[in-house]
Write a protein that binds this ligand. Structure first.
Ligand code: NAD
Length: 496
């Protein structure tokens, strides 16, 4: 097993008010999910640190000229960050593997995606256009956008560098100062990104990293009067809590929340494609993915054949050491999270579900110290069962046959979540009709879990509010303003 870069020199500093210094909050540790070893120690932020960092961020926003630089000048710094991420790609991927236990092949892809995100928003920044709107009088009218000021990025533990880049890059492109609150379990990538921003020339104080408990530090950031927007990715309950606080401040938020995505295999699907797609959709990232295709609907006429083949392939997935390039599923983030998955599986079985595969921890020396759980498929339940309704956020698939089109559409849409969906069919007309009928922010047709930073992403209903990514992602961090320029040679007639 790859050695850990444990830091025996004491706690890591945070980024507070333009300085690298220890927080004044509690001690915390990042633990390697594959072994439980300490990867790094931190001294987290205190509520006073939050106030200091946000005041300094506001000062930096108003005085550092970052917001007033020409777009191509800001873009040059963002390009440089992309380049620095690429230069450090392997150590960053190894560091993220240690911080959250994902297989190295996945963390390499996340690091590449973070670099691509900075590159994309650099180009979006320097090519963003404002509008000259049609005039209806003796004036001409323009619509322009101004940076909001200090914005907060609150992120979960499942894909840290990618989700942090997805907020940091457009916010910096917009000219904002950014306060990042990484998840308790995975603070390291935000610290790495802040260091690269500093190295690339982002002015001091514009990027802070305030690691700490969500209910204390995340809450204090959200309530702070100088924070003008929160971009949140995480659980739906937390998102609703933040949105309630935001309502009192009349503060815009964007919410990337949970999911219970339906994957639908029609009777004319190419089963080789569908099997690989369904497996990737639910079991990659060990199911710790907001877009995991966790509800599977298969046409009854193909159900038995499909499930036999799917179960055989799922049982052969390589669960194990995240350092191994061939590993498909690493450990889960924490022992506590694994217990919550085990409770969900127990509820599924108590409600009449039957285990097709998995439903337990793997056995053997390799697995003893890590939070491993086997790929699990449960059958015999319907879409009303608890585990068909609640997000499990682990490697657990609920499989159900469907009878006809209306039955499929009704069941797929019968969820409080509406983040993503997958359709497997050989008929483009059905793909189109179902793609339009299914309620979800993203629909994959004959593929799954593919992403482009150029394409907007977000959820409907309890899966979220607002969109990230895409060229217009920058404008989330800006306020729109209309300008009227009078051209009338005479004074306004009304007052005469
Ligand atoms: P979580 O909601 O527990 O935590 C997310 C972040 O919010 C963490 O940084 C946490 O410290 C912080 N937080 C917690 N309480 C807070 C509070 N009161 N005020 C402010 N901040 C607070 O979620 P998690 O367990 O870290 O992540 C898993 C969840 O994230 C799943 O539901 C998953 O679906 C969702 N997720 C969604 C997307 C998406 O893009 N839609 C992507 C990844 C994960």
């Amino acid at each position: 097993m790859h050695s850990l870069h444990t830091d025996s020199r004491g706690p890591l500093p945070l980024f507070i008010a333009g300085e690298r210094r220890l927080g004044r909050g509690d001690d915390a540790e990042s633990l390697y999910p594959a072994t439980g070893e300490v990867v790094a120690r931190l001294r987290t932020a205190s509520v006073d640190d939050v106030d200091e960092a946000i005041r300094a961020a506001d000062h930096a926003f108003r005085t550092s000229t970052w917001a007033r630089r020409k777009p191509h000048e800001r873009a040059a710094v963002l390009y440089r960050i992309a380049q620095l991420i690429r230069e450090r790609a392997e150590p960053l991927a190894q560091r993220q593997r240690e911080d959250n236990g994902k297989p190295i092949s996945e963390t390499r892809a996340l690091v590449a995606s973070a670099a691509g995100t900075f590159q994309f928003f650099a180009s979006a920044c320097e090519t963003m256009e404002e509008a000259l709107t049609p005039s209806r009088g003796d004036y001409f009218t323009m619509s322009v956008h101004e940076p909001m000021g200090v914005v907060a990025a609150i992120t979960p533990w499942n894909s840290p560098i990618a989700s942090e880049a997805q907020k940091l890059a457009p916010a910096l492109a917009a000219g904002c100062a950014v306060v990042i609150k990484p998840a308790e379990a995975t603070p390291l990538m935000a610290l790495e990104l802040a260091a690269l921003c500093e190295q690339a020339g982002v002015p001091p104080g514009m990027v802070s990293v305030l690691a700490g408990r969500g209910s204390v530090i995340g809450d204090a950031i959200t309530r702070h009067p100088l924070v003008r927007r929160v971009s949140f990715t995480g659980g739906t309950a937390t998102g609703k809590h933040i949105a309630r606080i935001a309502a009192d401040k009349m503060m815009p938020v964007s919410m990337e929340l949970g999911g219970k995505s339906a994957t639908m295999v029609l009777d004319d699907a190419d089963l080789d494609h569908a099997i690989n797609g369904v497996l990737y959709g639910i079991f990659s990232s060990s199911g710790e993915s907001c877009i995991a295709g966790s509800r599977l609907f298969v046409a009854r006429s193909r159900y038995a054949e499909f499930m036999d083949r799917l179960a055989a392939k799922a049982a052969a997935l390589r669960v194990g050491d995240p350092c191994d390039e061939r590993t498909q599923m690493g450990p889960l983030i924490t022992p506590r999270h694994r217990e919550s998955i085990e409770r969900h599986v127990a509820v599924g079985l108590a409600e009449g579900g039957t285990l097709r595969i998995g439903g337990r921890r793997p056995e053997g020396a390799l697995y003893e110290r890590g939070n491993y759980y086997l790929p699990t498929i449960i059958e015999g339940l319907d879409n009303r069962a608890t585990i068909s309704r609640e997000e499990i956020f682990g490697p657990v698939l609920v499989a159900m046959p469907f009878d006809d089109w209306d039955d499929l559409v009704a069941q797929a849409n019968d969820s409080v979540y509406a983040l993503a969906a997958g359709i497997w069919t050989g008929d483009y007309r059905k793909a189109w009709a179902l793609g339009r009928a299914v309620q979800a922010g993203t629909v994959w047709i004959n593929t799954y879990k593919q992403f482009s930073i150029a394409t907007p992403f977000g959820g409907w209903r309890d899966s979220g509010l607002g969109r990230e990514k895409g060229r217009l992602g920058i404008q989330q961090y800006m306020e729109q303003k209309s300008l009227y320029w009078g051209l009338n040679p005479h004074p306004l007639a009304w007052a005469d």
